[in-house]
Design a protein around this ligand. Structure first.
Ligand code: CMP
Length: 143
């Protein structure tokens, strides 16, 4: 069983896409074990996006992710990291496969609606930045 960190970015929240996006992961069969609407502090944003420090889009990324509330989530399931990224689609909306979230709703790489952890290790690291273990729940789920 694997966990992943997903975050609907400020553009997704402001466009009213939380329900649409969450339902895609529910329909896939992943299990939601943590969720909260929150503002991201600059300190958290820097920790979350540390691997991008120094890149030309880094400052813009920090400003964007701290500009309005995000919907932070933890999902659980077999291959949760890879399955989630398949549902999300490639970073560049032009390259995202039809039917993915970014293909269906995003037109700009900077405003691409949702972040999904790219590896098991990064998922655990990112969950630790945004959630305490007490905020995550455990329950039975069919399948
Ligand atoms: P995300 O999955 O949140 O991870 C880093 C983010 O940086 C990415 O989604 C994009 O929103 C943003 N970004 C902007 N330009 C680029 C780029 N050239 N390559 C990768 N990510 C980029």
């Amino acid at each position: 069983m694997e966990r992943t960190y997903l975050m609907i970015k400020p553009d997704g929240v402001q466009r009213g896409l939380i329900g649409e996006i969450v339902s895609r992961f529910e329909r896939k069969g992943l299990k939601l074990i943590g969720a909260k609407l929150m503002n991201v502090s600059m300190e958290r944003a820097e920790r979350h996006y540390a691997e991008h420090k120094g890149k030309d889009f880094y400052e813009m990324l920090l400003n964007f992710i701290t500009a309005g509330p995000v919907f932070a989530m933890v999902w659980e399931g077999d291959q949760a990291v890879g399955l989630s990224r398949a549902l999300i689609g490639k970073t560049n909306a032009l390259e995202a496969a039809p039917g993915t979230i970014r293909s269906d709703f995003a037109i700009h790489t900077n405003y691409n609606l949702i972040h999904g952890s790219d590896s098991h290790d990064n998922a655990e690291r990112e969950i630790g930045i945004f959630f305490s273990e007490e905020e995550l729940v455990s329950y039975d789920k069919a399948i």
